[in-house]
Design a protein around this ligand. Structure first.
Ligand SMILES: Nc1nc2c(c(=O)[nH]1)N[C@H]1C(S)=C(S)[C@@H](COP(=O)(O)O)O[C@H]1N2
Ligand SMILES: [Mo]
Length: 388
């Protein structure tokens, strides 16, 4: 018998009171409260807030370890509010013509299945969107700098285990998890990806139950793929012998533009894996005092692990290799550091990473209408102030 990560009976109650900080009402009373856009506290020191989204400030990672604590993890909600899910009545329904035995699972049944734990990033496809600006056209969408990413340890059951218990057919083609949020957010993944041992239905993040913001009680993890594939508050999953579509793979989370081809009925190229990016653990347009510093940052790839990172302090004329720190997980990130003797003035810092598949961050990436997939080198402005 496998040990439960936490007490199921009290999970709902605990999570809501924890995430709402001050208030501690019994679960029934909570049901009548207005649904929040964000559940956890969102202090301005940690986050930039826009509608129902929280962008992590990169400077907060400076004193953190490899994983992002749940309190600091970015939030991206396509629906205006997050749902209240009662884990005691919650069920996961599996249906569609791609399985022979449609059925549903209780939370207890999910917990009783063989668990798997892994570390990976979740990154919004629009992370870095702001850096497309200044190319003539304003881009709609959540105005992210680089803080729409986090790395955590996820525990759950392989989606494959669940699908096999439903008699998944070899002829099945697409698998589409659907969220219980107002917008019923759903996006398909191909059967092969759904059956990968690392594609999980997770109920724990960094060893604790998921917060409501991150999909309590169960969310999907598809390592390396765009954030939108990682469906939160999953309530049902359709398995189909036909290709499946939703707005999230036909009109949104696709690349539209001259350099991209439409994949009808999708209006553009459908996004799958994330590319390579880098960020400094510094405030945006921040100030540092002159003198010797250790510059720190992180680089990541949705296709492999980071092989090396270079830093330039002279707008790309010369580059120096940064030291990589352990650990360095596939489909997550690596922390790095480099010495800097900072002289007063305005500096433009750049970091450029290469992954073990040979993907190196380019100087520019072609525009696309919705501003997804900006993985070019970013110039980070920092003012060094004189101390004399
Ligand atoms: N049900 C549901 N799942 C969802 C979303 C959503 O709006 N509803 N947002 C997606 C997007 S766009 C991203 S980037 C990630 C963000 O995960 P996080 O909020 O836990 O950081 O969740 C994905 N899963
Ligand atoms: Mo996203």
């Amino acid at each position: 018998m496998q040990e439960r990560p936490y007490d199921l009976e009290r999970a709902n109650e605990l999570l809501w009171t924890q995430s709402k900080g001050a208030i501690s009402l019994p679960p029934l009373a909570l049901v009548s409260l207005p649904r929040p856009a964000i559940g956890k506290p969102a202090p301005v020191e940690f986050f930039l807030k826009s509608e129902s989204n929280l962008e992590m400030r990169w400077e907060v990672l400076r004193n953190q370890g490899y994983l992002v604590p749940k309190e600091l993890f970015f939030v991206r909600n396509n629906s205006p509010t997050i749902p209240h899910v009662d884990v005691r009545t919650w069920r996961l329904h599996i249906n569609g013509n791609g399985i022979t035995r449609p059925r549903s699972f209780s939370f207890d049944e999910i917990l009783a299945m063989p668990a798997r734990t892994l570390i990976c990033a979740i990154e919004c496809a629009g992370n870095g969107r702001n850096f497309f600006a200044g190319r003539g056209k304003k881009i709609e969408g959540t105005p992210w700098n680089l803080g729409a990413i986090g790395v955590a340890e996820w525990t759950g059951v392989p989606l494959r285990e669940v699908l096999e218990r439903c008699g998944v057919k070899r002829s099945a083609r697409d698998v589409m998890p659907e969220g219980l949020d107002e917008g019923k957010v759903k996006r398909p993944i191909p059967l092969k990806k759904a059956m990968h041992e690392d594609t999980l239905l997770v109920y724990a993040m960094n060893g604790e139950p998921l917060l409501p913001d991150h999909g309590f009680p169960v969310r999907v993890i598809v390592p390396g793929w765009v954030g939108i594939a990682h469906i939160k508050w999953v309530g049902s999953i359709e398995v189909s012998e036909q290709a499946l579509y939703s707005e999230y793979n036909t009109t949104k989370y696709i690349l539209i533009g001259e350099d991209y081809e439409a994949m009808p009925p999708s209006f553009g190229e459908v996004l799958t894996t994330q590319k390579v990016k880098s960020a400094f653990e510094l405030p945006w347009e921040g100030k540092v005092s002159e003198g010797k510093h250790t510059l720190r940052g992180r680089s990541w790839s949705g296709e492999g692990r980071i092989a090396h990172v270079e830093v330039s302090l002279d707008e790309g004329k010369t580059w120096r290799r940064a030291r990589l720190l352990e650990p360095n997980h596939d489909l997550a990130w690596v922390r790095w550091e480099i010495e800097w003797d900072a002289h007063p003035g305005v500096w433009k810092l750049q970091a450029r990473a290469t992954d073990d598949r040979g993907n190196t961050q380019p100087d520019r990436v072609p525009m696309n209408r919705e501003g997804y997939g900006h993985w070019a080198v970013v110039t980070h402005p920092v003012t060094v102030v004189s101390t004399s």
